[in-house]
Design a protein around this ligand. Structure first.
Ligand SMILES: [Zn+2]
Length: 419
């Protein structure tokens, strides 16, 4: 049985249009598109039809740790708060933490995210149940012990299969945490598996200067060079942060076609001291996306709010108001500057029916240019309706079962002793 949805009275770049989707794909868009009997209906009431955003790097279930261990230095925060609590996490905790994150992401207009967290099968189940899209990792940390890395391999592959079973909204990937937590032997194995299975890799890269200095001291090369030596730098690799790359590393990332996801709010909160050099990356043609990072280090998952930080941090850093125009920040947030993150480039016939409706009369959105107001004045709270795969997943700013999800997630946090 087919399922169909029709949006009426919507606006795309000033035109009043309708949009119809069948089985998750857009079949018609334009003036004169009307619903057929049995269609699910969305009356946009003159609202704006916009692409959804893609959160290119997060740890969704870390909503459980929101507000716990704030304002500590990065390594102290990881070693004294995050890692001990994560050692107690169950799959059930991760499921409810991820569901809570998805409520927040959908409410604020994110339709797809890239996730790196423990119990990837529980993350994948949460994604499928909630009806959002995600690339979910099978995570590996061998803690500098290559024998342990070898022993963990069967578990990593089992997780990968378990995650892949939640297709089509879920896609599997590999998530080696970082060069300071995973040995070169394990990184090399990850690269082999990724190529064999044709799947993506998500990894933290060059988040702090200390990480770079340690990599040079231990391996004689900088982090991007080490990843390349391990065969991990390719078009399917998403490098989160990349705050401290030098010119040679940027050249290498460009040459190999890897993707960078910048996380400006997390970087500022954890005071990493540097700023990802967007202009130099784009000059080389490197695809760039935007991520919130986890709710423990942001602490919000509102990507539209982060688009403003992205833009203003680049302006501030380069002492140039033109360094990141609003239109560029919007393009980065919607995944248009990094096609490998999986967002379709237009809401046209044949594209996945993933989009948001924003009421045109929101006070933040006028007067003046829409995209400028979206990035500089609005936050995700302007979003009213969200459609993913042709299904309405938020309506009137409300996500189904949000109250129960909140109760269940908070109970997990209380049991873990982090709330
Ligand atoms: Zn991260």
């Amino acid at each position: 049985m087919t399922r169909a949805l029709t949006v009426t009275d919507a606006r795309i770049t000033g035109e009043t249009v309708g949009l119809r989707a069948v089985d998750g794909l857009i079949t018609a868009v334009g003036a004169g598109v009307t619903p057929e009997p049995g269609d699910d209906l969305v009356d946009a009431a003159g609202g704006l039809l916009l692409p959804g955003m893609v959160n290119g790097h997060t740890h969704a279930a870390m909503t459980l740790f929101r507000g716990w261990g704030d304002d500590l230095p990065l390594m102290e925060w990881l070693e004294t708060r995050v890692w001990p609590a994560e050692a107690r996490l169950t799959a059930d905790d991760v499921y409810w933490g991820t569901r809570l994150a998805i409520v927040e992401m959908l409410r604020t207009g994110t339709v797809r995210f890239w996730d790196m967290y423990w119990h990837g099968d529980a993350v994948a189940r949460a994604v499928a149940d909630a009806g959002i899209r995600a690339v979910v990792s099978s995570v590996i940390i061998d803690g500098g012990d290559s024998a342990r890395g070898v022993a963990l391999r069967p578990e990593v592959l089992d997780q990968l299969d378990a995650i892949a079973a939640f297709a089509p909204l879920v896609a599997p990937s590999l998530g080696p945490h970082a060069v300071y937590t995973v040995t070169p032997g394990t990184l090399t194995w990850i690269g082999e598996v990724a190529r064999e299975r044709r799947i993506g890799v998500q990894i933290h890269c060059s988040e702090t200067e200390e990480e770079v200095l340690r990599c040079v001291a231990e391996h004689g090369v900088r982090p991007v060079e080490l990843l390349d030596r391990c065969g991990l730098l390719g078009p399917g690799t998403v490098l989160a942060h990349c705050v401290w790359l030098d010119a040679g590393e940027l050249d290498l990332v460009a040459e190999r076609g890897a993707v960078i996801v910048t996380n400006p709010v997390s970087n500022m909160k954890l005071a990493v001291g540097g700023v990802f050099d967007y202009a130099s990356a784009r000059l080389r043609g490197i695809p760039v996306g935007l991520g919130t990072d986890g709710a423990a280090s942001n602490n919000s998952l509102d990507l539209l709010a982060d688009a403003k930080f992205l833009s203003q941090l680049q302006k501030h850093e380069h002492r140039d108001p033109a360094a990141m125009p609003a239109s560029e920040a919007w393009a980065v947030a919607t995944g248009a500057r990094a096609p490998a993150l999986g967002q379709p480039d237009a809401l046209g016939v044949g594209a996945p029916a993933d989009f948001v409706v924003v009421p045109a009369d929101r006070p933040e959105l006028g007067p003046g240019d829409l995209v400028h107001n979206l990035v500089y004045a609005a936050a995700g709270s302007v979003v009213d309706t969200v459609v993913v795969d042709g299904r309405v997943v938020a309506r009137g700013g409300v996500v189904a079962d949000a109250a129960e999800i909140r109760t269940r997630a908070f109970a997990c946090a209380a049991r873990l002793g982090v709330a």
